[in-house]
Design a protein around this ligand. Structure first.
Ligand code: ADP
Ligand code: MG
Length: 243
């Protein structure tokens, strides 16, 4: 019997700026079909961790694996575009000069028909197929976010990295978009590493939460366990603004 490896595993990742560790020995796994959430206050090292996984920043120590295969350590490095990683960042805007369909097709290879079929499939899943030939400025912020999700998922990444993807959105829209996003991620069988500073978002979306502070993971487990059995006072304080 073979054991399924994690979609993503990072081991003992360290990143220092001016000698100060901002990511300090972080280890983490994301299993297939799961949303793992890296939750912590602003400045604790979440984005730096994601950038190293994406391959746009080098770690000082540690290893990164996708599907059990080493993609990066301190001497070996697969470039970002060959890591099979999808990215969705808050400031990762759509290309304004391309149609919605061409935005989604951007990272795709294959024949024109194959690409069109995949684009239609995804725009259908996010409920925006009617905008396929329109331009991004026609869409609301929430709709643009759904197109960005379709674009990130189009090449069937092995793992999706999402950095505060909903923080630019109106409060009233956010819960709906979170739920729709989860639904699409599930349909696409994606594994996700979601970064957020909002406990509420982690509780709503995560299968597993890793609580991060000052570059370290201080507690890890199912949302229920972290919420009801926080390990220390700072973890309690961090969750106390959920009502
Ligand atoms: P988060 O995403 O959790 O808010 P970041 O990963 O963006 O945190 O930043 C963690 C820390 O690392 C912060 O103190 C930030 O100022 C610092 N930092 C991030 N990038 C750099 C850089 N290129 N040079 C120096 N310091 C940096
Ligand atoms: Mg950040």
């Amino acid at each position: 019997m073979s054991v399924t490896p994690p979609r993503l595993e990072i081991r003992n990742l360290v990143r220092r700026f001016d000698g100060r560790p901002v990511v300090d020995n972080v280890s983490l796994k994301v299993m297939p079909g799961q949303v793992t959430c890296l939750l912590g206050p602003s400045g604790c090292g979440k984005s730096t961790t994601l950038r190293m996984i994406a391959g746009v920043e080098m770690q000082d120590e540690g290893e990164i694996y996708v599907d059990g295969r080493l993609i990066c350590d301190t001497v070996f490095r697969i470039p970002p575009e060959r890591r099979h990683i999808g990215l969705m960042f808050q400031d990762f805007a759509l290309f304004p000069h391309l149609t919605v369909g061409d935005n989604v097709a951007f990272g795709l290879s294959g024949s024109k028909d194959q690409k069109r079929a995949r684009v239609e499939e995804l725009l259908d899943k996010v409920g925006l197929k009617r905008f396929i030939d329109g331009f991004p400025y026609l869409l609301s912020g929430g709709e643009q976010q759904r197109v960005a999700l379709a674009r990130a998922l189009a090449p069937r990444p092995r793992i999706m990295l999402m950095d505060e993807p909903f923080s630019g959105l109106d409060n009233r829209l956010r819960d709906d978009i979170r739920d729709q996003t989860l639904e699409v991620l599930k349909q696409e069988d994606a594994a996700v590493l979601l970064v957020t500073h909002e406990p509420e978002e982690a509780m709503r979306m995560a299968d597993e939460i890793a609580l991060m502070r000052d570059g370290r993971i201080v507690q890890q487990g199912a949302p229920y366990n972290i919420y009801y059995a926080p390990r220390d006072k700072q973890a309690v304080a961090f969750f106390s603004d959920i009502n």
